[in-house]
Design a protein around this ligand. Structure first.
Ligand SMILES: NC(=O)c1ccc[n+]([C@@H]2O[C@H](COP(=O)([O-])OP(=O)(O)OC[C@H]3O[C@@H](n4cnc5c(N)ncnc54)[C@H](O)[C@@H]3O)[C@@H](O)[C@H]2O)c1
Length: 433
């Protein structure tokens, strides 16, 4: 099928490239000309494993191209996915301005088009956004849903860092549609994907995304709160969660204690669904706690180091991992920010390193910190080291890598390394033990 993707960030570009791999003809649309040029030159504007190779293939074969011309893209395709950002507003609700602007442009394009077209929201939006706000804007010219165009909601569950793999091999595909015709057309796009498909109405599809992310965030905050109890009573929370996770009703995933969850999705999605609940007069005691545990956790993690080192003033801390997780350059809501801010506030000298996210983090941090060219440079002469995210590069570190540290204190925030293998010369600290 001929598909247009409106907004080509993590979701739009990765899905677009994935659809092209499955044989569809994809036109990517973005308002940012640099992004469009970069895609047309087969250079991914974001870092994702495997994206560079696949983008080159689909651009070279003519299966995917990019443009800023939305009208033309809608005109020459059969189905349009809206993949623009939905960031948090101050009050936690989602900022729908990019969705509204995209829908206005699509509405104008639909007016100029004679053939039936389908518009699908892939961005994460709160229940009611697609079949009220988006629908009303799309109908603001003279076309009507169900007659002239179809309307659908197809939430995306990919994880940054492994986004392409997640898109190509998803756990499930959720297809919400205004009517049968729309649902069938969206199902056709995913025909060659081997994954369970759940077909629902639009609002259910919207809610599935929020309920999923809220439950995953809840597991993480639960593991973090449990880790604080374990720290006090001298029990290893990872071993506890190994035992808990063997229960097939629970599963081990997302039960790792650490600096908390960050990124562009979990924090914003939990706050967004809480804001809808508040609007409807529903109390959200679980979600409130999930958020407050997560706000405290990076500060608590930094405290673990302070408890060991004593005074932080003048201490040189190698801070490994600035992105919100390994495998990405995304620093949105990264737990590195409150941690680094706290260390700087206490007078520590912080030298940061991340394989992909240093440029982005340098723009985010207001305090004075250094950046190192490599793990080795960051560790050289430092009094302590914190591993904040789970880049595979950090997993490969051994005792020799820490040999040039002034004091060999390591806080392994993601439990990447093995205490026994590191040996007794390194003071090995973790979250939850
Ligand atoms: N990033 C993730 O891991 C992830 C996973 C699942 C769902 N989501 C959801 O998907 C949506 C997109 O997230 P993202 O991380 O890809 O966002 P992003 O910020 O990386 O990308 C959004 C893109 O949309 C473009 N854009 C904005 N307004 C536009 C317009 N009117 N017309 C055309 N392009 C426009 C921007 O220039 C940008 O390139 C969000 O709702 C997010 O919650 C994200």
């Amino acid at each position: 099928m001929r598909i247009s993707m409106i907004g080509t960030g993590y979701v739009g570009l990765v899905s677009g490239v994935g659809f092209a791999k499955h044989g569809h003809d994809v036109t990517c649309v973005d308002i940012d000309e640099d992004i469009v040029d970069s895609i047309n030159n087969a250079i991914p504007p974001i870092y994702e494993e495997g994206l560079e190779d696949l983008l080159e293939k689909v651009v070279d074969s003519g299966k995917l191209s990019a443009t800023t011309d939305l009208q033309n893209a809608v005109d020459k395709t059969d189905i349009t996915f809206i993949c623009v950002g939905t960031p948090s507003r101050e009050d936690g609700s989602i900022d729908t301005s990019a969705i509204e602007s995209a829908a206005e442009d699509i509405s104008k394009a639909l007016d100029e088009k004679n053939e039936y077209h389908i518009v699908v929201v892939k961005s994460t939006v709160t229940p009611g956004t697609t079949d009220s706000l988006v629908k009303n804007i799309l109908e603001s010219n003279c076309k009507k849903v169900g007659e002239d165009f179809g309307l659908g909601m197809n939430p995306e569950f990919l994880r940054e860092g492994v986004a392409l793999n997640d898109f190509l091999a998803p756990d499930r595909i959720v297809i919400g549609g205004w009517d049968e015709k729309t649902r069938e057309e969206i199902e056709k796009i995913y025909e060659s994907f081997e994954a369970p498909k759940l077909v629902t109405d639009i609002r259910t599809a919207e809610m599935i995304k929020y309920a999923s992310n809220s439950l995953l965030a809840t597991k993480i905050s639960f593991a973090n709160e449990t880790s604080r109890i374990c720290e006090k009573v001298g029990i290893d929370v990872y071993e506890v969660m190994d035992g808990v996770g063997l229960d097939h009703r629970v599963k081990r995933d997302f039960l790792n204690a650490g600096p908390g969850f960050g990124g562009s999705c979990f924090p914003k999605d939990v706050r967004a669904i809480r804001s809808i609940a508040q609007e409807k007069g529903v109390e959200t005691e679980i979600l409130d706690s999930v958020i407050s545990v997560n706000e405290e956790q990076p500060l608590h993690t930094a405290d673990i180091l302070e408890n060991e080192l004593g005074e932080l003033k003048g201490k040189r801390i190698a801070f490994l991992g600035l992105a919100f997780k390994g495998g990405t350059d995304d620093i949105r809501n990264t737990r590195a920010l409150p941690m680094v801010e706290k260390l700087l506030d206490k007078g520590a000298e912080v030298v940061g390193y991340d394989p992909e996210a240093m440029e982005n983090f340098a723009e985010l941090i207001e305090g004075d910190m250094e950046f190192a060219e490599s793990v080795e440079d960051a560790l050289d002469g430092s009094d302590a080291c914190i591993i904040q995210n789970d880049w595979s590069e950090f997993e490969e570190l051994d005792d020799k890598d820490f040999s040039e540290m002034e004091n060999k204190v390591l806080l392994d925030g993601r439990r990447m390394l093995d205490r026994e293998e590191l040996g007794e010369n390194i003071t090995y600290l973790t979250v939850g033990m």
